[in-house]
Design a protein around this ligand. Structure first.
Ligand code: FAD
Length: 414
């Protein structure tokens, strides 16, 4: 019996593994596209499918309750005849037999398998990494644990200056905690954004009292009575704290697929229809390595709701007998304080950046070009630039940098 009371059948036409954004949307979209076969959505978390982005935003701050995070209510799944099997971990895939085996030894047969396992947060490996009070932010359970400790916390060290680290820093800082962010690179958001955006966000955090340390390495997590008491840096400095948040990326959750023989390294490889190299097995979302024309045709993995959602739609269409190939423009958002960032395209490999508008107004965009073509935009509180810039990215438009920099010329006129 599963937590939502559904008893698994032995066999389904489609088994979707992973109840995150990709898995939930794949199952729901199968019905939208007229698929009438049996569908099971199997996941190891106890909750019904829920939205992950609020975990480092409104759910962490306590402004949103779990019920508001649900992608659909229980009745949605029931009404569409989709069996949601929560609290059930798939540990092995037998691609020849078309079966998955769960941790409780239950075996479920499939005609088609859709793997949407997402990723597990990378953890530290230094001494003290497993002390009480050291947390990652990936699931509601992670955030519930953090929230339970907040009343006895005054100092927080956030390890990792990416989006999740900075969003967490913003929320906990606003909750009155003293925050230190540690980043190994020489700027925050180093992996995902250009220097002008990184320096803008760094200033925003520092203005609010967040202590940002760049180019630093964690030596060990110090503890007292099995609980964190501080973080020691490799230069010998000790930062006392009551709570540590580790936001240093994820490892794709694909082990059962790779053990079954699927091709992939750092994720599972898929083609433009999201098929893995295993027969009748698809993969989507954070765990899937795919060729992306917005990354200059490189094989990449994207970690975004857009990617999980759009790949789920492709699989649902293909399984419903439609023609479809993944070619979506990547986009992403982040919320820190009152700043809404929307990004479109992929900025890696840019050779020129244009700042459009004045960052001091807290409403501006950074536009990235490669060989004169617009490849990405990061838009801060500038919805119009985001919406209009999407087309420039999709078409790979060549636009004069002076015109791009002029905020009085709408991007859709260029
Ligand atoms: P997930 O949503 O991770 O779902 C995978 C599911 O599969 C999980 O429930 C996992 O437990 C389960 N699973 C894994 N292995 C197994 C197995 N063997 N058996 C059974 N179940 C399994 N993206 C944005 O675009 N904007 C944002 O603002 C944003 N903010 C974020 C904030 C946080 C804190 C986090 C963690 C992510 C954020 N993201 C954001 C990223 C976004 O949430 C992910 O890209 C998206 O959830 C990916 O969907 P997915 O279905 O691939 O994986």
């Amino acid at each position: 019996m599963t937590t939502d009371g559904v008893e698994p059948s032995a066999q389904y036409d489609v088994v979707v593994v992973g109840t995150g954004h990709g898995g939930a949307h794949a199952a729901a979209s199968l019905r939208q596209h007229g698929f009438t076969g049996s569908v099971a959505l199997v996941g190891d978390e106890p909750d019904l499918p829920y939205e992950r982005p609020p975990l480092s935003k409104d759910y962490l701050s306590g402004d949103t309750a779990i019920e508001r995070l649900l992608i659909h209510p229980a009745s949605f799944w029931h009404d569409r005849g989709i069996d949601v099997l929560t609290g059930r971990r798939v540990v092995a895939v037998d691609a020849d037999a078309h079966q998955v085996r769960c941790a409780d030894e239950a075996v479920i047969s499939y005609r088609h398998l859709v793997w949407a396992g997402g990723g597990v947060p990378r953890t530290l490996t230094c001494p003290g990494h497993d002390l009480g009070g050291v947390h990652t932010v990936r699931t509601t359970a992670d955030v519930d644990r953090i929230r339970a400790e907040l009343s006895s916390t005054s100092r927080v060290v956030v390890i990792g200056g990416g989006y999740i680290g900075l969003e967490t820093a913003a929320v906990l800082g606003q909750a009155g905690k003293h925050i230190t962010v540690l980043e190994a690179q020489d700027r925050v958001l180093a992996r995902v954004a250009g220097a002008p955006l990184a320096s803008f966000y760094q200033d925003e955090h520092q203005t609010r009292g967040v202590d940002i340390r760049l180019g630093v390495t964690v030596e060990r997590i110090e503890g007292r009575d099995s609980r964190v008491s501080g973080v020691s840096l490799s230069d010998g400095e000790l930062l006392p704290c009551d709570l540590v948040i580790v936001g240093i990326g994820i490892t794709p959750a694909v082990e059962p697929l790779l053990s079954a023989g699927a091709a992939g390294a750092g994720g599972v490889e898929i083609d433009e229809q999201c098929r893995t190299t295993l027969p009748d097995v698809f993969a989507i979302g954070d765990c899937a390595v795919h060729r992306n024309r917005y990354a200059d045709g490189e094989m990449i993995r994207l970690e975004s709701v857009q990617n999980a959602h759009d790949q789920a739609t492709i699989v649902a269409k293909v399984l419903s007998g439609e023609d479809a190939e993944y070619d979506a423009v990547p986009w992403f958002w982040s919320k820190q304080y009152d700043l809404r960032l929307q990004t479109v395209g992929l900025s890696s490999g840019h050779d020129e950046t244009v700042v459009r508008g004045d960052p001091a107004t807290r409403r501006f965009s950074v536009i990235y070009l490669r060989h004169g073509r617009v490849i990405a935009l990061d838009c801060v509180n500038s919805v119009k630039d985001f919406v209009q810039g999407k087309r420039l990215v999709a078409e790979g438009s060549t636009v004069d940098a002076t015109l791009l920099a002029d905020p009085t010329t709408p991007l859709n006129k260029l």
